[in-house]
Design a protein. Structure first.
Length: 234
């Protein structure tokens, strides 16, 4: 039962946050030429689909954070509380993205782009930017805190720790690449943003699974046990 619940929770957050895979619903011929969040812009015909996906994913992330406060203790030790705070921020930012969606798809609408460049601090643009920033910062912070927790346990060289570092580096690169692409070409940033969303969704899914599974383990650290088994085999 515990394993089933863990799998269902992981699958739910993974699928709901990756609603961008339904990009065929967009009336644009190349939807990822703009921001991924423009799929949910208020002037898009299926905005509600993508906003609903974000709202569900955000709520699930907050739930995962709540479960992780105790569920991750065997995995992240005392820092599990701070990992949970970072995940909760990611979830709240995602809910914010759903509530404060962009008013229009500025990458495909010159009038919208002109309004944005003339008044980037307009409340609807600003609130969305803040929410999206919280998502990115919360996700990056949760990965960094997870790595620091593993480091405190002397597990930096384990396969699990290397996996966390790879995800952290990949998310950082995609976020920086998105900004660079927007500054230089104003088109195409959606492709790397989609990868960033996939990374965050995969990380949240893993943490959701771990929060449920770890509560039922008798070992000090499930991931550590796996690494120990690998080292004995090798």
């Amino acid at each position: 039962m515990r394993r089933t619940a863990a799998v269902l929770l992981a699958a739910a957050v993974l699928l709901s946050y990756d609603s961008w895979v339904l990009l065929a619903l967009s009336p644009q011929p190349y939807p990822l030429a703009g921001y991924v969040s423009e799929l949910a812009a208020a002037d898009q015909p299926y905005s509600w689909v993508f906003r609903t996906g974000d709202a569900i994913a955000g709520a699930l992330m907050v739930l995962i954070a709540g479960l992780g406060v105790r569920g991750w203790r065997t995995r992240f030790g005392r820092l599990s509380v701070w990992v949970a705070v970072a995940v909760a921020i990611t979830g709240l930012g995602t809910i914010g993205d759903a509530i404060a969606a962009l008013p229009c798809a500025q990458s495909f609408d010159d009038a919208c782009y002109a309004e944005y460049t003339a008044n980037p601090l307009r409340p609807d643009f600003l609130l969305h930017a803040i929410a999206s920033s919280l998502v990115a910062l919360g996700a990056l912070a949760s990965m960094l805190l997870a790595f620091l927790a593993l480091r405190r346990q002397g597990r930096v060289r384990t396969a699990y720790a290397r996996g966390v570092v790879i995800m952290l580096a990949a998310l950082l690169v995609t976020n920086v690449s998105s900004v660079v692409i927007e500054m230089l070409w104003r088109t195409g940033q959606g492709y790397v943003q989609a990868v960033a969303v996939l990374i965050i969704a995969a990380w949240a899914a893993h943490l959701g699974w771990a929060a449920v599974i770890d509560r039922g383990t008798g070992t000090r650290n499930p991931a550590e046990a796996v690494d120990s088994e690998d080292s004995r085999v090798s």
